[in-house]
Each structure stands twice: as C-alpha cells, then as structure tokens.
Design a protein around this ligand. Structure first.
Ligand code: C5P
Length: 223
C-alpha cells in the first residue's frame, strides 16, 4: 500500500505507438502496446498525482483518475505534449514514436497500377518530442525518456540521455525474450548523470510503481 503522497504533483506521460498516414486507409506504425506507460500513469494516479496520459492507439483501459488524450500521429502527440509539458513537474516519454512519416499523404486511396511491381514512399523525420520538451528554456519539467536497445545498453542509453538532455533514461534490453514490447513483464536499467540503478524483471504494474518512486525521489533531489 502506498499513501496518496503525490498530491499537487503533475505528470504528463506519452504512451503507445503512433500512426503515420499514407493515405485515408493505410498507415505506418509499430508493435508498442502502451502497457508500460499506462502502468506508470496508473501507479502515479494511485498515489494522488495529477496525471495526463497522451496516448497513441492502444487496446488498454484508461487507468482510474487519469486524464487521457488520444492522438494518432507523432505530430499530434508533439502538439499535445508541448501543450502540457510546461505545466507539468515531470514529463515521461514512454511512447514508441515513429521516427519517420510519409512526406506526402495521399488524399485519395492509392491505387495499384497495371504493370508497376514496385513503389516508393518517401519518408521525412518526425519531431523528437522528448528532446523538444527537454530543450524548453522556461517551465521545463523533469524529463524522463526510455531507450529500447538490443546491445551495448549502457553506452546507447547514456548517449541518448546526453544527446536529448534528459534527466533520466530507462533502458530496456529488448533482445531478452519475455520483456519489453507487448510483454506483461519488463526489466529496466535507469541511468542519470550521476548514477544508475537496475530494476529487475517483474510485472509492468509493479515496475510502474517502482519507477514512479525512483523518478519522484530523483526529481525531489534535483529541486
Ligand atoms: O531515439 P529513440 O527513439 O531510441 O529514443 C527513445 C525515447 O525518445 C523515448 O523516450 C521516446 O518516447 C522518445 N522519442 C520521442 N520522439 C521521437 C522519438 C523518440 O519523444 N520522435
């Protein structure tokens, strides 16, 4: 049992995949389930925090007490994130944002053409949402990112921590079966400029609760 000790604290969390339209009926996306972000939102709300969850398309129920904003594309997520970041104490970027989107979205359904056996869709880079939040000059929230890696976890995670100017990065080794994408379990290794901590394999619900405790204590230490 955790008391409602986070009253007055505002968290904004991004979760799930984004969908990048190709035409009115097709899109690019990824396999993110949103479970980790929803678990963090639920754990923080249970402790009395004000939680805004900016969510891509998922099959998950909105956790009790959480304000959920549904978006589809990375650009929509970016807009919602910037609207909420400056009034938040803590921003957690858990979403699997598509790195690229189709440069041109066809207004009509694209048609197969006789005799054409290949096609090219040109992609352009999406905004790096968490880097934009971390780059805020004024009213910058304590900014927490995630890094899914398959090798050299610490090196890549610390690289992202520095490059995106984050306060904390939560790395998961997605080469280990049964954790990360779409799984109900996960293990994380947290890295921040002056330290690190491993959170061993457990349910995403339990990990969400542990993570909220770690994030809040680092946030308070930095104030
Ligand atoms: O660079 P990479 O995609 O591995 O970084 C992952 C972290 O950056 C996650 O916290 C993710 O939510 C965030 N991110 C973002 N906007 C992007 C790409 C990643 O906020 N366009």
């Amino acid at each position: 049992f955790k008391p409602a000790d986070l009253g007055g604290l505002k968290l904004t969390i991004t979760a799930g995949p984004t969908r990048e339209a190709i035409d009115p009926v097709r899109y690019l996306t990824n396999h993110s389930s949103g479970k980790m972000g929803y678990a963090i939102a639920e754990a923080a709300a249970k402790r009395g925090a004000t939680v805004t969850l900016i969510s891509g398309p998922t099959n998950l129920k909105t956790p009790a007490g959480v304000e959920r904003i549904d978006i589809s594309s990375a650009e929509q997520m970016h807009q919602a994130a910037m609207e909420h970041a400056t009034t938040s104490d803590i921003f957690i970027g858990c979403a699997a944002v598509a790195d690229f989107r189709p440069a041109d979205v066809s207004e009509q359904k694209m048609k197969k053409k006789d005799g054409e056996d290949d096609m090219v869709i040109r992609l352009v880079k999406n905004p790096d949402i968490i880097a934009c939040v971390a780059a805020l000059d004024a009213q910058r929230p304590f900014t927490v990112g995630f890094a899914a890696e398959t090798q050299d976890v610490e090196q890549y995670a610390r690289g992202k921590l520095a490059r995106k100017h984050l306060d904390l990065i939560c790395a998961n080794d997605v080469s280990n079966e049964g954790q990360g994408f779409n799984s109900d379990q996960n293990a994380l290794h947290l890295f921040w400029p002056q330290g690190d901590k491993a959170l061993p394999l457990t349910t995403k619900a339990e990990l969400g609760a542990q993570l909220v405790s770690e994030i809040v204590s680092l946030f308070k230490a930095g104030k």
